[in-house]
Design a protein around this ligand. Structure first.
Ligand code: ATP
Ligand code: MG
Length: 139
């Protein structure tokens, strides 16, 4: 049913639960799974070598987040790709939906944010409001 599933992860418990479910669903549907994490853009005014160091630190952290997610996902016969993008997470997710013809987005209801009483984080709220396809929020 779902041929191109997009999973968004930030390393939070909610997104790891989403990863496990995304893996199960991709195996059931026989579809492809893309795993995306976005990291904060580094301001270019930092100058070198600070700019390169800051980018390296963020991409290293993003790599750890992706590795944590793929460990939860397990093997996907249809194929599993990972993407690391800089900038606003919701915008990166919505761009990827267009680029890869995504038919289902899976993400956590909440993420790494501090306000535990929030029902929905700002990124999941933005994606649900603007996505052209179904969005599954995992808690
Ligand atoms: P807020 O960020 O608004 O303070 P929060 O961190 O609790 O609150 P969100 O950031 O909306 O909530 O996180 C909800 C879900 O969005 C996460 O479980 C994850 O699936 C996705 N998400 C959040 N940040 C990123 C990111 N940097 N890259 C990819 N996906 C993300
Ligand atoms: Mg957040």
């Amino acid at each position: 049913m779902f041929e191109n599933i997009l999973l968004a992860v930030d390393g939070s418990d909610h997104s790891l639960k989403a990863a496990k479910l995304a893996g199960d669903l991709a195996r059931l549907s026989g579809g492809k799974l893309r795993v995306l994490t976005a990291y904060e853009k580094v301001p270019s005014y930092l100058g070198e070598p600070n700019l390169s160091q800051a980018i390296a630190k963020r991409t290293e952290k993003a790599e750890t987040v992706l590795n944590g997610a793929t460990a939860e996902i397990g093997d996907i016969p249809g194929g599993c790709e990972t993407d690391m993008l800089s900038g606003d997470p919701a915008e990166a997710i919505l761009r990827a939906v267009d680029t890869f013809d995504i038919d289902l987005i899976i993400m956590g209801t909440r993420g790494q944010g501090d306000i535990k009483s929030l029902l929905l984080g700002s990124q999941s709220h933005k994606v649900v409001s603007a996505a052209p396809c179904p969005v599954m929020l995992v808690r």
